[in-house]
Design a protein around this ligand. Structure first.
Ligand code: ADP
Ligand code: MG
Length: 252
């Protein structure tokens, strides 16, 4: 069953059509990848789904509901969460506090840090936080200041922060960017585990083809904002248009 579906989704920046009538589906429980050369419109597509950007045309449907044009906070409440790169971490707070804040924010919207302190006995938030820290293997680092985590662990914390709202659909935009080979391998393993342990549906943008072919059930290929292929890794590999896009000197 499809959990997410876009229909004719389009985003223009002035004269530039960054996302051009993209229609695709993400099935419940699958790991779905979006690939394409730099500037293909991958991040713009993701941002139109989260509500960070308002589409120029087309629709986004989630869980059978039209969510086109909802705010980022509203899409989180609907069950969509995006793992942000670096921006979401409060460096002076502990690992645990970072996840608690995200769990609270998803329930209550914006609030002050004092509010967090008053709610420190809030069992549901503690439980969620524990589960999410455990799922990214950071439970033992709960009291560590976020700033002092190694780079790879920071990225895992970002994933835990995204998971704190207990989403059905997790969006990741190049989660292994800037990682060492070891950190990349650990992240790939983590993504594979999350899908099983949390029953998550994942939509991932990733430039590393090896990773994509390892983890994706289906791959959407964008080029200049348009869908040039959509299917299983094998189908996409065989697509003439994809090969042309690559042979045209474009590196994914
Ligand atoms: P990708 O993530 O595939 O590398 P993007 O979605 O970031 O591509 O960008 C697609 C196109 O839209 C690029 O040409 C980029 O320069 C342009 N673009 C992205 N965001 C903006 C913006 N906020 N304003 C104007 N142009 C943008
Ligand atoms: Mg991008």
């Amino acid at each position: 069953m499809s959990l997410l579906r876009t229909d004719g989704l389009t985003k223009q920046f002035g004269g530039l059509v960054a996302v051009d009538e993209v229609s695709f589906e993400v099935d419940s429980g699958e790991t779905r990848a979006v690939i394409g050369p730099n500037g293909a419109g991958k991040s713009t597509l993701i941002n139109c789904i989260t509500g960070a950007l308002e589409p120029t045309a087309g629709t986004v449907e989630f869980d059978g509901e039209d969510i086109t044009g909802l705010s980022p906070h509203e899409t989180v409440q609907a069950g969509i969460s995006k793992s942000f790169q670096t921006a979401s971490i409060f460096p002076e707070m502990t690992v645990r506090e970072n996840v608690e804040i995200a769990a609270l924010a998803s329930e209550h919207g914006s609030f002050s840090v004092d509010f967090l302190k008053r709610l420190s006995g809030f069992d549901a938030v503690h439980d969620t936080t524990d589960r999410m820290l455990e799922s990214v293997e950071l439970l033992g680092d709960g009291d560590v200041e976020a700033a002092s985590l190694p780079y790879g662990d920071k990225r895992r914390l970002e994933i835990a922060i995204a998971l704190a709202s207990e989403p059905e659909l997790l969006l990741m935009d190049e989660p292994t960017a800037g990682m060492s080979p070891d950190e990349t391998a650990a992240t790939v393993e983590l993504v594979e585990e999350l899908q099983d342990t949390l029953d998550l549906t994942i939509l991932i943008v990733e430039h590393d083809m090896e990773i994509i072919f390892q983890i994706a059930d289906r791959i959407l290929v964008l080029n200049r904002g348009q869908v040039i292929a959509d299917g299983t890794p094998e189908q996409v590999q065989e697509s003439e248009e994809v090969q042309e896009a690559y042979l045209g000197g474009v590196e994914l």
